[in-house]
Design a protein around this ligand. Structure first.
Ligand code: ZN
Length: 321
């Protein structure tokens, strides 16, 4: 009996690496193709910074991410929506380019879609001069009768207003439209978000049965995975000392591409290009290397099947529609 037990134990030890090996390769097989989508490009520079554009920063970081992925996961196929400064597919406008992004992702049989963007806020990159009242002074004027009367005059000064909004955000598609509206309204005072307002792309109509079915498929198959990866990415940014604005849900035109791709999908906002400090970080070798490392760490955990707890539970809870 004892002998049998130890033989069984031995068998267990022998099989364990095999079991783990199988589990690992199964997990890896879940991500065979990654679509990397650097935002904007060409005639669409995205958000402007003081000395750089969103399109350029997104491309630079995306290309470096591709190199890091290739090094660590040479078996994972990478599909880039663009690798140079042009609209994906060299399309003539943003809408056609966005459709191309989604079609390419779907036709390539992607298992994961990662869009890379930068955020913008405020009136101008860096900051702006604003005329403000700094005090009052006593001045005199003559009234109708020619008598001198004192009055208080405002003293104005042009003060420099720094564009302070900063931080990272990772978006996932909001299945529930009402919820998405609430979330996007929270930052309306300082947040411009994705500058795709000129887009004529149709957003899905939740009352349409076909769309309803598609959203259900998304909820069942992709929501949890998208949320997992988004959470891992934001956690990595926090661990590197970045300010994280969290995982957010949106379903406006700026992230249209997320719902048009039949796979888990996230859109990473690397930081605010309109914030002086973050623009410098976004453009620096060190900053780009760190952000790539952050995304790689998140991807590694995701591929290994990590299931972190949501960082902002209230904002990302899936709801029936
Ligand atoms: Zn963008």
């Amino acid at each position: 009996m004892k002998k049998l037990f130890s033989r069984g134990l031995l068998l267990f030890y022998l099989l364990t690496p095999a079991i783990f090996g199988v589990a690992q390769s199964t997990a890896k097989k879940n991500v065979r193709t990654i679509i990397i989508d650097p935002g904007h490009g060409g005639l669409d520079p995205g958000a402007p910074g003081s000395f750089s554009t969103e399109a350029d920063v997104s491309l630079a970081v995306a290309l470096k991410l591709g190199k890091a992925l290739e090094k660590e996961f040479p078996d994972i196929k990478q599909v880039f929506t663009r690798k140079t400064d042009m609209l994906p597919g060299n399309k003539p406008n943003k809408d056609a380019a966005n459709r191309y992004r989604a079609t390419l992702a779907n036709e390539s049989g992607g298992d994961l879609f990662i869009a890379i963007h930068c955020n913008s806020a405020g009136r101008k990159p860096g900051g702006w001069y604003q005329r403000v009242v700094v005090g009052t002074e006593t001045k005199y004027r003559k009234n109708k009768k020619g008598k001198k009367v004192a009055y208080k005059a405002k003293i104005y000064k042009n003060v420099w207003v720094e564009n302070k909004v900063k931080g990272t955000e990772t978006y996932i598609w909001a299945v529930n439209k009402n919820e998405a509206k609430i979330n996007s309204m929270q930052h309306n005072h300082d947040y411009f978000g994705e500058i795709d307002s000129t887009s004529t792309l149709e957003l899905p109509d939740p009352s349409d049965p076909a769309e309803k079915a598609r959203m259900l498929i998304y909820t069942l198959n992709y929501f949890r995975k998208s949320l997992t990866l988004a959470t891992l990415v934001e956690k990595q940014f926090v661990d590197s000392g970045r300010v994280s604005r969290g995982v957010k849900q949106r379903n406006d035109k700026g992230i249209w591409v997320l719902q048009a791709t039949g796979m888990p999908s996230i859109l990473i906002e690397l930081g605010f290009i309109t914030n002086k400090e973050e623009e410098e970080y976004l453009n620096s070798e060190k900053g780009q290397a760190t952000m790539v490392e952050n995304i790689m760490n998140a991807l590694r955990a995701y591929i290994a099947g990590a299931e972190p707890k949501p960082v902002q539970k209230d904002e990302v809870k899936p709801k029936p529609f």
